[in-house]
Design a protein around this ligand. Sequence first.
Ligand code: GLN
Length: 632
Amino acid sequence: MPHSVSQDDADQTQDLLEQAGHQTQESEFFNPIPPGYVRGRHKYVVVFGTVMSGLGKGIFSSSLAKLIKDKGLRVAPIKMEGYLNIDSGTLNPYRHGEVFVLDDGLETDMDLGTYERMLDQDLTRDNYVTSGQIYRNVLDKERSGGYLGRDVQMIPHVTGEVKYKLRELAVKQRADVVFVEVGGTVGDHENAFYIEALRQLAFEEGPGSVCYVALTYIIEPPALGEQKSKAAQLGLNKLMEAGIQPHMVACRCQNPVEQGAKEKVAMFSNVPVERVFSMHDRPSIYMIPTEMREAGVDRHILTMLNLHERVNVTQEDRAREKWLSFVNKVTAPRKHKARIGLTGKYASLRDAYASIDKAIEHCATMMDADIEMVWIDVTKEDAPPIAQQLADVDGVIVPGGFGHRGTEAKIECVRYCRENKVPYLGICLGFQMAVVEFARNVCGLNDAVSSEFAPESPNRVIDILPEQKKIEGLGGNMRLGGKDVLIKPTTLAANLYYNTRAGKHNRHEPFNIRERFRHRFEVDPQYIETLESHGLIFSGRHPAQPIMQVLELPQPGSVNAEANAYFQSQGGHPYFIGAQFHPELLSRPVDPAPMFMGLVAAAVQHANPDLDPKHIAPRWLPDPEKDKPVTV
Ligand code: GLN
Protein backbone atom coordinates (compact mmCIF):
# COMPACT_ATOMS: atom_id res chain seq x y z
CA MET A 1 0.00 0.00 0.00
CA PRO A 2 1.70 3.24 -1.06
CA HIS A 3 1.92 5.23 2.14
CA SER A 4 4.41 7.92 2.89
CA VAL A 5 3.79 7.72 6.65
CA SER A 6 5.40 5.04 8.81
CA GLN A 7 3.83 3.58 11.92
CA ASP A 8 6.30 5.56 14.07
CA ASP A 9 5.36 8.81 12.38
CA ALA A 10 1.69 8.06 12.95
CA ASP A 11 2.25 7.21 16.63
CA GLN A 12 4.14 10.42 17.14
CA THR A 13 1.34 12.40 15.48
CA GLN A 14 -1.14 10.64 17.71
CA ASP A 15 0.76 11.72 20.84
CA LEU A 16 0.63 15.29 19.64
CA LEU A 17 -3.07 14.95 18.92
CA GLU A 18 -3.77 13.66 22.38
CA GLN A 19 -1.89 16.54 23.94
CA ALA A 20 -3.68 18.92 21.63
CA GLY A 21 -6.95 17.85 23.19
CA HIS A 22 -5.79 19.74 26.32
CA GLN A 23 -3.95 22.61 24.69
CA THR A 24 -6.41 23.96 22.21
CA GLN A 25 -4.70 27.30 21.87
CA GLU A 26 -1.15 26.15 21.36
CA SER A 27 -1.14 23.27 18.94
CA GLU A 28 -1.52 23.25 15.18
CA PHE A 29 -2.92 19.76 15.72
CA PHE A 30 -6.15 21.09 17.14
CA ASN A 31 -8.19 18.02 16.66
CA PRO A 32 -10.63 16.85 19.28
CA ILE A 33 -11.14 13.09 19.31
CA PRO A 34 -14.52 11.73 20.43
CA PRO A 35 -14.57 9.85 23.73
CA GLY A 36 -14.16 6.11 23.30
CA TYR A 37 -12.32 6.36 20.00
CA VAL A 38 -9.66 3.68 19.58
CA ARG A 39 -7.24 4.22 16.74
CA GLY A 40 -6.77 1.14 14.59
CA ARG A 41 -10.16 -0.26 15.55
CA HIS A 42 -11.99 1.74 12.88
CA LYS A 43 -10.95 1.79 9.23
CA TYR A 44 -12.03 4.09 6.42
CA VAL A 45 -12.76 3.72 2.72
CA VAL A 46 -13.05 7.11 1.03
CA VAL A 47 -14.63 7.43 -2.41
CA PHE A 48 -13.88 10.55 -4.46
CA GLY A 49 -15.39 11.51 -7.79
CA THR A 50 -13.30 12.83 -10.64
CA VAL A 51 -14.16 14.09 -14.14
CA MET A 52 -17.84 14.59 -13.39
CA SER A 53 -20.52 14.01 -10.82
CA GLY A 54 -23.51 11.71 -11.17
CA LEU A 55 -21.35 8.71 -12.04
CA GLY A 56 -22.54 6.55 -9.18
CA LYS A 57 -20.18 7.13 -6.25
CA GLY A 58 -23.03 6.15 -3.96
CA ILE A 59 -23.63 2.95 -5.90
CA PHE A 60 -19.95 2.05 -5.86
CA SER A 61 -19.55 2.88 -2.20
CA SER A 62 -22.75 1.12 -1.09
CA SER A 63 -21.97 -1.99 -3.18
CA LEU A 64 -18.52 -2.24 -1.64
CA ALA A 65 -19.93 -1.59 1.84
CA LYS A 66 -22.45 -4.37 1.25
CA LEU A 67 -19.71 -6.85 0.33
CA ILE A 68 -17.82 -5.96 3.50
CA LYS A 69 -20.97 -6.08 5.64
CA ASP A 70 -21.85 -9.50 4.23
CA LYS A 71 -18.53 -10.73 5.61
CA GLY A 72 -19.77 -10.00 9.11
CA LEU A 73 -18.09 -6.61 9.61
CA ARG A 74 -19.98 -3.55 10.84
CA VAL A 75 -20.14 -0.80 8.26
CA ALA A 76 -21.21 2.83 8.53
CA PRO A 77 -21.62 4.85 5.34
CA ILE A 78 -21.52 8.64 5.34
CA LYS A 79 -22.34 11.08 2.58
CA MET A 80 -20.50 14.40 2.80
CA GLU A 81 -22.33 17.07 0.82
CA GLY A 82 -20.68 20.25 -0.36
CA TYR A 83 -23.76 22.43 -0.27
CA LEU A 84 -24.56 24.91 2.46
CA ASN A 85 -28.08 23.73 3.21
CA ILE A 86 -28.36 22.18 6.68
CA ASP A 87 -30.47 19.32 5.32
CA SER A 88 -32.31 18.44 2.09
CA GLY A 89 -35.74 19.51 3.34
CA THR A 90 -35.84 22.71 1.34
CA LEU A 91 -34.42 21.30 -1.89
CA ASN A 92 -36.55 20.99 -4.99
CA PRO A 93 -36.82 17.29 -5.86
CA TYR A 94 -37.04 18.04 -9.58
CA ARG A 95 -33.66 19.70 -9.36
CA HIS A 96 -31.88 17.64 -6.77
CA GLY A 97 -33.68 14.30 -6.69
CA GLU A 98 -36.09 13.05 -4.06
CA VAL A 99 -35.84 14.00 -0.41
CA PHE A 100 -35.13 10.81 1.51
CA VAL A 101 -36.33 10.78 5.12
CA LEU A 102 -34.47 8.78 7.75
CA ASP A 103 -36.08 7.10 10.73
CA ASP A 104 -34.84 9.86 13.05
CA GLY A 105 -36.56 12.45 10.83
CA LEU A 106 -33.58 13.92 9.01
CA GLU A 107 -34.37 14.93 5.44
CA THR A 108 -31.46 13.78 3.32
CA ASP A 109 -30.20 13.26 -0.14
CA MET A 110 -31.54 10.38 -2.24
CA ASP A 111 -28.16 8.65 -1.98
CA LEU A 112 -28.95 7.72 1.62
CA GLY A 113 -31.78 5.66 0.12
CA THR A 114 -29.25 3.81 -2.03
CA TYR A 115 -27.26 2.98 1.12
CA GLU A 116 -30.27 1.86 3.15
CA ARG A 117 -31.50 -0.36 0.35
CA MET A 118 -28.17 -1.87 -0.59
CA LEU A 119 -27.12 -2.47 3.03
CA ASP A 120 -30.61 -3.28 4.32
CA GLN A 121 -29.67 -1.05 7.26
CA ASP A 122 -31.42 1.95 8.82
CA LEU A 123 -29.23 5.04 8.92
CA THR A 124 -29.29 8.09 11.18
CA ARG A 125 -28.35 11.75 11.03
CA ASP A 126 -24.79 10.70 11.81
CA ASN A 127 -24.57 9.17 8.34
CA TYR A 128 -25.07 12.46 6.54
CA VAL A 129 -23.29 15.77 6.70
CA THR A 130 -23.39 19.00 4.69
CA SER A 131 -20.93 21.88 4.62
CA GLY A 132 -23.73 23.90 6.18
CA GLN A 133 -23.77 21.62 9.24
CA ILE A 134 -19.98 21.68 9.54
CA TYR A 135 -19.81 25.49 9.35
CA ARG A 136 -22.73 25.85 11.73
CA ASN A 137 -20.99 23.69 14.32
CA VAL A 138 -17.78 25.69 13.98
CA LEU A 139 -19.57 29.05 14.14
CA ASP A 140 -21.71 27.99 17.11
CA LYS A 141 -18.60 26.85 18.92
CA GLU A 142 -16.88 30.13 18.12
CA ARG A 143 -19.82 32.16 19.50
CA SER A 144 -19.88 30.16 22.70
CA GLY A 145 -16.16 30.70 23.25
CA GLY A 146 -15.26 27.12 22.42
CA TYR A 147 -11.98 28.06 20.74
CA LEU A 148 -10.61 29.86 23.81
CA GLY A 149 -9.58 33.02 22.04
CA ARG A 150 -7.87 31.43 19.09
CA ASP A 151 -8.37 32.62 15.55
CA VAL A 152 -10.71 30.14 13.93
CA GLN A 153 -9.43 28.79 10.61
CA MET A 154 -10.35 26.42 7.80
CA ILE A 155 -7.34 24.39 8.89
CA PRO A 156 -7.28 23.09 11.59
CA HIS A 157 -10.78 23.95 12.87
CA VAL A 158 -13.08 23.23 9.94
CA THR A 159 -11.06 20.20 8.86
CA GLY A 160 -10.97 19.14 12.53
CA GLU A 161 -14.76 19.25 12.61
CA VAL A 162 -14.93 16.97 9.56
CA LYS A 163 -12.58 14.41 11.12
CA TYR A 164 -14.48 14.62 14.40
CA LYS A 165 -17.72 13.85 12.59
CA LEU A 166 -16.16 10.76 10.94
CA ARG A 167 -14.62 9.44 14.14
CA GLU A 168 -17.78 10.11 16.08
CA LEU A 169 -19.74 8.08 13.52
CA ALA A 170 -17.20 5.26 13.82
CA VAL A 171 -17.59 5.16 17.62
CA LYS A 172 -21.39 5.58 17.71
CA GLN A 173 -22.05 2.90 15.14
CA ARG A 174 -19.15 0.72 16.30
CA ALA A 175 -17.98 0.54 12.70
CA ASP A 176 -15.24 -1.73 11.49
CA VAL A 177 -15.26 0.30 8.30
CA VAL A 178 -16.62 3.78 7.67
CA PHE A 179 -17.43 4.35 3.97
CA VAL A 180 -17.03 8.03 3.16
CA GLU A 181 -18.59 9.40 0.00
CA VAL A 182 -17.55 12.94 -0.83
CA GLY A 183 -20.22 14.72 -2.89
CA GLY A 184 -19.38 16.36 -6.22
CA THR A 185 -15.94 15.99 -7.77
CA VAL A 186 -12.36 16.67 -6.79
CA GLY A 187 -11.58 20.24 -7.80
CA ASP A 188 -14.95 21.70 -6.75
CA HIS A 189 -14.19 24.63 -4.47
CA GLU A 190 -16.92 23.65 -2.06
CA ASN A 191 -15.36 20.22 -1.44
CA ALA A 192 -11.82 21.35 -0.90
CA PHE A 193 -11.93 21.26 2.91
CA TYR A 194 -13.42 17.76 2.94
CA ILE A 195 -10.60 16.52 0.74
CA GLU A 196 -7.99 18.17 2.91
CA ALA A 197 -9.58 16.70 6.06
CA LEU A 198 -9.57 13.24 4.50
CA ARG A 199 -5.93 13.62 3.53
CA GLN A 200 -5.12 14.49 7.14
CA LEU A 201 -7.16 11.55 8.36
CA ALA A 202 -4.85 9.00 6.70
CA PHE A 203 -1.83 10.85 8.09
CA GLU A 204 -3.21 10.68 11.60
CA GLU A 205 -4.69 7.20 11.54
CA GLY A 206 -1.53 5.65 10.16
CA PRO A 207 -0.83 3.02 7.53
CA GLY A 208 -3.45 0.39 6.79
CA SER A 209 -6.29 2.58 8.11
CA VAL A 210 -7.60 4.62 5.21
CA CYS A 211 -8.14 3.44 1.67
CA TYR A 212 -8.79 6.02 -1.05
CA VAL A 213 -10.82 5.08 -4.09
CA ALA A 214 -11.16 7.36 -7.10
CA LEU A 215 -14.19 6.96 -9.30
CA THR A 216 -13.47 8.18 -12.78
CA TYR A 217 -14.92 8.14 -16.26
CA ILE A 218 -13.63 6.54 -19.46
CA ILE A 219 -15.11 8.30 -22.46
CA GLU A 220 -16.14 6.37 -25.56
CA PRO A 221 -16.90 8.99 -28.24
CA PRO A 222 -19.06 7.32 -30.89
CA ALA A 223 -17.17 9.09 -33.67
CA LEU A 224 -13.88 7.51 -32.55
CA GLY A 225 -15.22 4.10 -31.58
CA GLU A 226 -12.55 3.60 -28.91
CA GLN A 227 -12.12 4.24 -25.21
CA LYS A 228 -10.27 7.39 -24.22
CA SER A 229 -8.68 7.77 -20.80
CA LYS A 230 -7.35 11.34 -20.96
CA ALA A 231 -10.18 12.91 -18.99
CA ALA A 232 -9.74 10.16 -16.38
CA GLN A 233 -6.02 10.87 -16.17
CA LEU A 234 -6.62 14.58 -15.68
CA GLY A 235 -9.20 13.89 -12.99
CA LEU A 236 -6.84 11.56 -11.16
CA ASN A 237 -4.07 14.14 -11.40
CA LYS A 238 -6.32 16.62 -9.69
CA LEU A 239 -6.76 14.22 -6.78
CA MET A 240 -3.02 13.64 -6.52
CA GLU A 241 -2.43 17.41 -6.61
CA ALA A 242 -4.51 17.57 -3.45
CA GLY A 243 -2.01 15.21 -1.83
CA ILE A 244 -4.10 12.08 -2.15
CA GLN A 245 -2.66 8.98 -3.75
CA PRO A 246 -5.56 6.67 -4.66
CA HIS A 247 -5.23 3.00 -3.73
CA MET A 248 -7.86 1.91 -6.18
CA VAL A 249 -9.56 3.36 -9.25
CA ALA A 250 -13.06 2.48 -10.41
CA CYS A 251 -13.77 3.41 -14.02
CA ARG A 252 -17.30 4.17 -15.10
CA CYS A 253 -17.78 3.39 -18.74
CA GLN A 254 -20.53 2.44 -21.11
CA ASN A 255 -18.82 -0.87 -22.01
CA PRO A 256 -16.30 -2.98 -20.08
CA VAL A 257 -13.07 -1.03 -19.81
CA GLU A 258 -10.41 -2.47 -22.10
CA GLN A 259 -7.04 -3.57 -20.81
CA GLY A 260 -5.28 -0.75 -22.71
CA ALA A 261 -7.35 1.94 -21.03
CA LYS A 262 -6.91 0.28 -17.62
CA GLU A 263 -3.15 0.23 -18.10
CA LYS A 264 -3.07 3.91 -18.95
CA VAL A 265 -5.12 4.73 -15.88
CA ALA A 266 -2.83 2.54 -13.77
CA MET A 267 0.27 4.12 -15.21
CA PHE A 268 -0.85 7.72 -14.66
CA SER A 269 -2.19 7.16 -11.16
CA ASN A 270 0.44 4.83 -9.63
CA VAL A 271 -2.28 2.26 -8.98
CA PRO A 272 -1.51 -1.37 -9.87
CA VAL A 273 -3.63 -2.43 -12.83
CA GLU A 274 -5.33 -5.20 -10.83
CA ARG A 275 -6.80 -2.47 -8.65
CA VAL A 276 -8.35 -0.66 -11.62
CA PHE A 277 -11.96 -1.84 -11.67
CA SER A 278 -14.29 -1.57 -14.65
CA MET A 279 -17.67 -0.31 -13.48
CA HIS A 280 -19.45 -0.36 -16.81
CA ASP A 281 -23.19 -0.01 -17.36
CA ARG A 282 -25.23 -2.96 -16.13
CA PRO A 283 -28.93 -3.72 -16.49
CA SER A 284 -29.30 -3.36 -12.71
CA ILE A 285 -27.18 -1.77 -10.00
CA TYR A 286 -27.81 -4.86 -7.89
CA MET A 287 -25.38 -6.76 -10.12
CA ILE A 288 -22.47 -4.57 -9.09
CA PRO A 289 -21.60 -6.15 -5.71
CA THR A 290 -21.27 -9.60 -7.30
CA GLU A 291 -19.14 -8.31 -10.14
CA MET A 292 -16.95 -6.38 -7.71
CA ARG A 293 -16.38 -9.53 -5.74
CA GLU A 294 -15.49 -11.45 -8.90
CA ALA A 295 -12.93 -8.75 -9.70
CA GLY A 296 -11.46 -9.12 -6.19
CA VAL A 297 -12.25 -5.56 -5.07
CA ASP A 298 -13.37 -6.69 -1.61
CA ARG A 299 -10.22 -8.76 -1.04
CA HIS A 300 -7.99 -5.85 -2.01
CA ILE A 301 -9.78 -3.68 0.54
CA LEU A 302 -9.46 -6.30 3.29
CA THR A 303 -5.75 -6.65 2.54
CA MET A 304 -5.04 -2.93 2.43
CA LEU A 305 -6.90 -2.36 5.69
CA ASN A 306 -5.67 -5.52 7.45
CA LEU A 307 -9.19 -6.79 7.98
CA HIS A 308 -9.01 -10.43 6.91
CA GLU A 309 -9.13 -11.57 10.53
CA ARG A 310 -12.49 -9.94 11.17
CA VAL A 311 -14.26 -11.92 8.40
CA ASN A 312 -16.96 -14.44 9.32
CA VAL A 313 -16.92 -16.92 6.46
CA THR A 314 -20.14 -18.77 7.34
CA GLN A 315 -22.07 -15.53 7.50
CA GLU A 316 -20.59 -14.45 4.20
CA ASP A 317 -21.66 -17.66 2.46
CA ARG A 318 -25.19 -17.29 3.74
CA ALA A 319 -25.46 -13.62 2.76
CA ARG A 320 -24.00 -14.29 -0.66
CA GLU A 321 -26.48 -17.06 -1.38
CA LYS A 322 -29.45 -14.90 -0.41
CA TRP A 323 -28.20 -12.02 -2.54
CA LEU A 324 -27.43 -14.22 -5.54
CA SER A 325 -30.92 -15.64 -5.60
CA PHE A 326 -32.25 -12.05 -5.71
CA VAL A 327 -29.80 -10.97 -8.42
CA ASN A 328 -30.58 -14.04 -10.54
CA LYS A 329 -34.22 -13.03 -10.44
CA VAL A 330 -33.35 -9.46 -11.38
CA THR A 331 -31.77 -10.61 -14.60
CA ALA A 332 -34.12 -13.51 -15.42
CA PRO A 333 -36.80 -13.09 -18.11
CA ARG A 334 -40.17 -12.02 -16.67
CA LYS A 335 -43.41 -13.97 -16.92
CA HIS A 336 -46.03 -11.27 -16.42
CA LYS A 337 -46.42 -7.84 -17.93
CA ALA A 338 -48.32 -4.85 -16.57
CA ARG A 339 -48.35 -1.06 -16.87
CA ILE A 340 -48.46 1.22 -13.84
CA GLY A 341 -49.21 4.92 -14.19
CA LEU A 342 -47.58 7.56 -12.00
CA THR A 343 -48.68 11.18 -11.85
CA GLY A 344 -45.62 13.36 -12.18
CA LYS A 345 -43.20 14.95 -14.54
CA TYR A 346 -41.87 12.61 -17.18
CA ALA A 347 -38.17 13.31 -17.11
CA SER A 348 -37.79 12.96 -13.38
CA LEU A 349 -38.67 9.38 -12.51
CA ARG A 350 -35.14 8.24 -11.79
CA ASP A 351 -34.42 11.08 -9.41
CA ALA A 352 -37.56 12.76 -8.14
CA TYR A 353 -39.27 9.39 -7.58
CA ALA A 354 -36.18 7.24 -7.09
CA SER A 355 -37.54 5.22 -4.16
CA ILE A 356 -40.85 4.54 -5.92
CA ASP A 357 -38.94 3.35 -8.96
CA LYS A 358 -36.86 1.07 -6.74
CA ALA A 359 -39.84 -0.24 -4.78
CA ILE A 360 -41.51 -1.23 -8.06
CA GLU A 361 -38.28 -2.89 -9.17
CA HIS A 362 -38.03 -4.91 -5.94
CA CYS A 363 -41.62 -6.13 -6.19
CA ALA A 364 -41.56 -6.80 -9.92
CA THR A 365 -38.42 -8.87 -9.43
CA MET A 366 -39.95 -10.88 -6.64
CA MET A 367 -43.10 -11.52 -8.68
CA ASP A 368 -41.47 -12.23 -12.03
CA ALA A 369 -43.25 -9.22 -13.48
CA ASP A 370 -42.19 -6.79 -16.14
CA ILE A 371 -43.67 -3.47 -15.06
CA GLU A 372 -43.72 -0.57 -17.46
CA MET A 373 -44.05 2.80 -15.76
CA VAL A 374 -46.31 5.24 -17.58
CA TRP A 375 -46.52 8.99 -17.02
CA ILE A 376 -49.83 10.58 -16.28
CA ASP A 377 -49.64 14.21 -17.10
CA VAL A 378 -51.62 16.23 -14.56
CA THR A 379 -50.14 19.65 -15.07
CA LYS A 380 -50.18 20.56 -18.75
CA GLU A 381 -53.21 22.42 -20.07
CA ASP A 382 -53.25 20.46 -23.31
CA ALA A 383 -52.79 17.01 -21.69
CA PRO A 384 -55.30 14.36 -22.83
CA PRO A 385 -58.24 13.77 -20.45
CA ILE A 386 -57.46 11.55 -17.45
CA ALA A 387 -59.82 8.76 -18.55
CA GLN A 388 -57.95 8.59 -21.83
CA GLN A 389 -54.55 8.59 -20.14
CA LEU A 390 -55.63 5.81 -17.78
CA ALA A 391 -57.45 3.69 -20.34
CA ASP A 392 -54.67 1.13 -20.69
CA VAL A 393 -52.92 1.17 -17.34
CA ASP A 394 -53.25 -1.67 -14.83
CA GLY A 395 -52.53 0.36 -11.74
CA VAL A 396 -52.03 3.96 -10.64
CA ILE A 397 -49.81 5.65 -8.09
CA VAL A 398 -50.45 9.22 -6.98
CA PRO A 399 -47.20 9.96 -5.14
CA GLY A 400 -46.32 12.52 -2.49
CA GLY A 401 -46.30 16.17 -3.42
CA PHE A 402 -46.75 19.73 -2.25
CA GLY A 403 -48.89 22.59 -3.48
CA HIS A 404 -51.95 23.03 -5.62
CA ARG A 405 -50.66 22.27 -9.09
CA GLY A 406 -52.31 19.28 -10.71
CA THR A 407 -54.37 18.31 -7.67
CA GLU A 408 -57.78 18.40 -9.44
CA ALA A 409 -56.41 16.03 -12.09
CA LYS A 410 -55.03 13.80 -9.34
CA ILE A 411 -58.47 13.68 -7.73
CA GLU A 412 -59.80 12.72 -11.15
CA CYS A 413 -57.28 9.85 -11.28
CA VAL A 414 -58.51 8.60 -7.91
CA ARG A 415 -62.09 8.75 -9.09
CA TYR A 416 -61.28 6.85 -12.27
CA CYS A 417 -59.49 4.12 -10.32
CA ARG A 418 -62.22 3.82 -7.71
CA GLU A 419 -65.05 3.65 -10.21
CA ASN A 420 -63.31 1.47 -12.77
CA LYS A 421 -61.71 -0.83 -10.20
CA VAL A 422 -58.20 -0.04 -11.35
CA PRO A 423 -55.64 -0.84 -8.62
CA TYR A 424 -54.69 2.34 -6.79
CA LEU A 425 -51.91 3.27 -4.38
CA GLY A 426 -52.03 6.78 -2.93
CA ILE A 427 -48.91 7.97 -1.15
CA CYS A 428 -49.11 10.89 1.29
CA LEU A 429 -50.64 13.55 -1.01
CA GLY A 430 -52.15 10.60 -2.93
CA PHE A 431 -53.77 9.42 0.33
CA GLN A 432 -55.13 12.90 0.98
CA MET A 433 -56.51 13.16 -2.58
CA ALA A 434 -58.28 9.83 -2.09
CA VAL A 435 -59.97 11.22 1.03
CA VAL A 436 -61.05 14.37 -0.83
CA GLU A 437 -62.37 12.34 -3.78
CA PHE A 438 -64.33 10.00 -1.50
CA ALA A 439 -65.76 12.90 0.48
CA ARG A 440 -66.89 14.66 -2.70
CA ASN A 441 -68.15 11.82 -4.85
CA VAL A 442 -69.30 9.23 -2.33
CA CYS A 443 -70.24 11.24 0.78
CA GLY A 444 -71.70 14.11 -1.28
CA LEU A 445 -69.51 16.83 0.26
CA ASN A 446 -69.09 18.52 -3.13
CA ASP A 447 -66.82 21.26 -1.82
CA ALA A 448 -64.44 18.96 0.07
CA VAL A 449 -60.81 20.11 -0.18
CA SER A 450 -57.44 20.07 1.49
CA SER A 451 -56.65 23.32 3.25
CA GLU A 452 -53.25 23.17 1.53
CA PHE A 453 -54.94 24.53 -1.60
CA ALA A 454 -58.19 26.08 -0.34
CA PRO A 455 -57.59 27.42 3.17
CA GLU A 456 -60.94 29.27 3.28
CA SER A 457 -63.18 26.48 2.02
CA PRO A 458 -65.74 25.15 4.55
CA ASN A 459 -65.23 21.39 4.13
CA ARG A 460 -61.50 21.01 4.71
CA VAL A 461 -61.40 17.25 5.11
CA ILE A 462 -57.61 17.46 4.97
CA ASP A 463 -56.30 20.17 7.26
CA ILE A 464 -53.49 21.35 9.48
CA LEU A 465 -54.40 20.39 12.99
CA PRO A 466 -52.20 22.25 15.41
CA GLU A 467 -53.81 20.63 18.44
CA GLN A 468 -52.80 17.20 17.12
CA LYS A 469 -49.30 18.40 16.34
CA LYS A 470 -48.96 19.77 19.86
CA ILE A 471 -49.61 16.32 21.22
CA GLU A 472 -46.56 15.11 19.35
CA GLY A 473 -44.59 18.20 20.33
CA LEU A 474 -44.11 19.34 16.76
CA GLY A 475 -45.62 22.80 16.66
CA GLY A 476 -46.30 23.94 13.12
CA ASN A 477 -43.58 21.84 11.59
CA MET A 478 -43.64 18.93 9.30
CA ARG A 479 -44.25 15.53 10.84
CA LEU A 480 -41.08 13.69 9.92
CA GLY A 481 -39.43 10.32 10.32
CA GLY A 482 -40.29 6.80 11.41
CA LYS A 483 -43.51 6.45 13.42
CA ASP A 484 -45.64 3.54 14.55
CA VAL A 485 -48.93 2.85 12.81
CA LEU A 486 -51.60 0.70 14.39
CA ILE A 487 -53.09 -1.69 11.83
CA LYS A 488 -56.65 -2.91 12.11
CA PRO A 489 -56.98 -6.68 11.80
CA THR A 490 -58.70 -8.43 8.88
CA THR A 491 -58.22 -5.54 6.51
CA LEU A 492 -56.24 -5.30 3.29
CA ALA A 493 -53.51 -3.43 5.18
CA ALA A 494 -53.38 -6.21 7.78
CA ASN A 495 -53.06 -8.81 5.04
CA LEU A 496 -50.27 -6.91 3.37
CA TYR A 497 -48.23 -6.48 6.52
CA TYR A 498 -49.17 -9.57 8.45
CA ASN A 499 -46.82 -11.99 6.72
CA THR A 500 -44.09 -9.50 6.03
CA ARG A 501 -43.44 -6.87 8.66
CA ALA A 502 -45.68 -7.69 11.60
CA GLY A 503 -43.88 -10.38 13.55
CA LYS A 504 -45.76 -13.06 15.48
CA HIS A 505 -49.18 -12.26 16.91
CA ASN A 506 -52.81 -13.21 16.74
CA ARG A 507 -54.26 -12.47 13.30
CA HIS A 508 -57.37 -10.98 14.87
CA GLU A 509 -55.53 -8.46 17.05
CA PRO A 510 -54.38 -4.98 15.96
CA PHE A 511 -50.61 -4.66 15.47
CA ASN A 512 -48.03 -1.93 14.98
CA ILE A 513 -45.89 -1.37 11.95
CA ARG A 514 -43.30 1.38 11.48
CA GLU A 515 -43.17 3.58 8.41
CA ARG A 516 -41.62 6.91 7.41
CA PHE A 517 -43.57 10.16 7.32
CA ARG A 518 -43.11 13.60 5.79
CA HIS A 519 -46.27 15.67 5.89
CA ARG A 520 -47.97 18.67 7.37
CA PHE A 521 -51.65 18.01 6.66
CA GLU A 522 -53.92 15.16 7.75
CA VAL A 523 -57.52 13.96 7.87
CA ASP A 524 -59.66 16.19 10.06
CA PRO A 525 -61.07 13.77 12.69
CA GLN A 526 -64.52 15.38 12.57
CA TYR A 527 -65.04 13.83 9.12
CA ILE A 528 -63.99 10.31 10.06
CA GLU A 529 -67.46 9.16 10.95
CA THR A 530 -68.99 10.43 7.69
CA LEU A 531 -66.23 8.86 5.62
CA GLU A 532 -66.47 5.54 7.43
CA SER A 533 -70.23 5.38 7.35
CA HIS A 534 -70.00 5.64 3.56
CA GLY A 535 -67.65 2.69 3.43
CA LEU A 536 -64.12 4.06 3.53
CA ILE A 537 -62.02 1.92 5.87
CA PHE A 538 -59.30 3.54 7.93
CA SER A 539 -57.16 0.47 8.47
CA GLY A 540 -54.12 2.21 9.93
CA ARG A 541 -54.00 5.00 12.50
CA HIS A 542 -51.81 6.68 15.07
CA PRO A 543 -51.50 4.24 18.01
CA ALA A 544 -52.98 6.77 20.47
CA GLN A 545 -54.60 9.66 18.56
CA PRO A 546 -57.38 9.89 15.98
CA ILE A 547 -54.88 10.50 13.18
CA MET A 548 -55.71 8.40 10.15
CA GLN A 549 -52.75 6.87 8.35
CA VAL A 550 -53.99 4.12 6.04
CA LEU A 551 -57.22 4.02 4.07
CA GLU A 552 -58.68 1.37 1.86
CA LEU A 553 -61.82 0.26 0.09
CA PRO A 554 -63.24 -3.15 0.93
CA GLN A 555 -61.91 -5.97 -1.23
CA PRO A 556 -64.23 -8.66 -2.54
CA GLY A 557 -64.01 -11.54 -0.09
CA SER A 558 -62.78 -9.51 2.87
CA VAL A 559 -65.59 -7.15 3.70
CA ASN A 560 -65.62 -5.31 6.97
CA ALA A 561 -68.93 -4.70 8.65
CA GLU A 562 -68.57 -0.90 8.50
CA ALA A 563 -67.92 -1.00 4.77
CA ASN A 564 -71.29 -2.45 3.90
CA ALA A 565 -72.91 0.68 2.54
CA TYR A 566 -70.23 1.30 -0.01
CA PHE A 567 -69.92 -2.36 -0.79
CA GLN A 568 -73.59 -2.76 -1.51
CA SER A 569 -73.71 0.19 -3.85
CA GLN A 570 -70.35 -0.19 -5.61
CA GLY A 571 -69.12 -3.75 -5.03
CA GLY A 572 -65.62 -4.47 -3.70
CA HIS A 573 -62.48 -3.00 -5.17
CA PRO A 574 -59.57 -5.31 -6.04
CA TYR A 575 -56.91 -2.98 -4.63
CA PHE A 576 -57.47 0.54 -3.39
CA ILE A 577 -55.19 1.72 -0.63
CA GLY A 578 -53.62 4.95 0.54
CA ALA A 579 -50.97 5.75 3.12
CA GLN A 580 -50.22 9.02 4.88
CA PHE A 581 -46.63 7.74 5.07
CA HIS A 582 -44.15 6.88 2.31
CA PRO A 583 -43.97 3.07 2.01
CA GLU A 584 -41.42 3.35 -0.82
CA LEU A 585 -38.77 4.62 1.61
CA LEU A 586 -38.67 1.28 3.38
CA SER A 587 -38.62 -1.00 0.36
CA ARG A 588 -35.53 -3.16 0.32
CA PRO A 589 -34.40 -5.59 -2.40
CA VAL A 590 -35.02 -8.72 -0.36
CA ASP A 591 -37.77 -7.17 1.77
CA PRO A 592 -39.99 -5.18 -0.61
CA ALA A 593 -42.63 -2.75 0.63
CA PRO A 594 -45.90 -4.64 1.27
CA MET A 595 -48.14 -1.93 -0.22
CA PHE A 596 -46.14 -2.02 -3.45
CA MET A 597 -46.24 -5.82 -3.50
CA GLY A 598 -50.00 -5.60 -3.31
CA LEU A 599 -50.16 -3.01 -6.07
CA VAL A 600 -47.90 -4.95 -8.44
CA ALA A 601 -49.82 -8.18 -7.77
CA ALA A 602 -53.13 -6.43 -8.41
CA ALA A 603 -51.78 -4.76 -11.57
CA VAL A 604 -50.54 -8.09 -12.93
CA GLN A 605 -53.94 -9.55 -12.16
CA HIS A 606 -55.62 -6.61 -13.91
CA ALA A 607 -53.48 -7.13 -17.00
CA ASN A 608 -54.01 -10.90 -16.99
CA PRO A 609 -57.49 -11.49 -15.57
CA ASP A 610 -57.29 -15.24 -16.25
CA LEU A 611 -54.29 -15.73 -13.99
CA ASP A 612 -54.89 -17.48 -10.69
CA PRO A 613 -53.98 -14.78 -8.13
CA LYS A 614 -52.35 -17.44 -5.96
CA HIS A 615 -49.68 -17.81 -8.64
CA ILE A 616 -48.74 -14.18 -8.48
CA ALA A 617 -48.23 -13.37 -4.84
CA PRO A 618 -49.95 -15.70 -2.40
CA ARG A 619 -48.44 -14.04 0.67
CA TRP A 620 -49.93 -10.67 -0.18
CA LEU A 621 -53.49 -11.69 -0.90
CA PRO A 622 -56.39 -11.56 1.52
CA ASP A 623 -57.06 -14.85 3.21
CA PRO A 624 -60.84 -15.05 3.60
CA GLU A 625 -60.55 -18.45 5.25
CA LYS A 626 -58.35 -17.28 8.09
CA ASP A 627 -59.94 -13.86 8.43
CA LYS A 628 -63.49 -15.19 8.53
CA PRO A 629 -64.87 -11.99 7.03
CA VAL A 630 -68.21 -10.60 8.01
CA THR A 631 -70.54 -11.49 5.16
CA VAL A 632 -72.75 -8.83 3.69
N1 GLN B 1 -48.48 18.32 0.99
C1 GLN B 1 -48.99 17.30 1.83
C2 GLN B 1 -48.70 17.57 3.30
O1 GLN B 1 -47.88 18.38 3.61
C3 GLN B 1 -48.44 15.95 1.43
C4 GLN B 1 -46.99 15.79 1.68
C5 GLN B 1 -46.39 14.66 0.93
O2 GLN B 1 -47.01 14.14 0.00
N2 GLN B 1 -45.18 14.27 1.27
O3 GLN B 1 -49.29 16.95 4.16
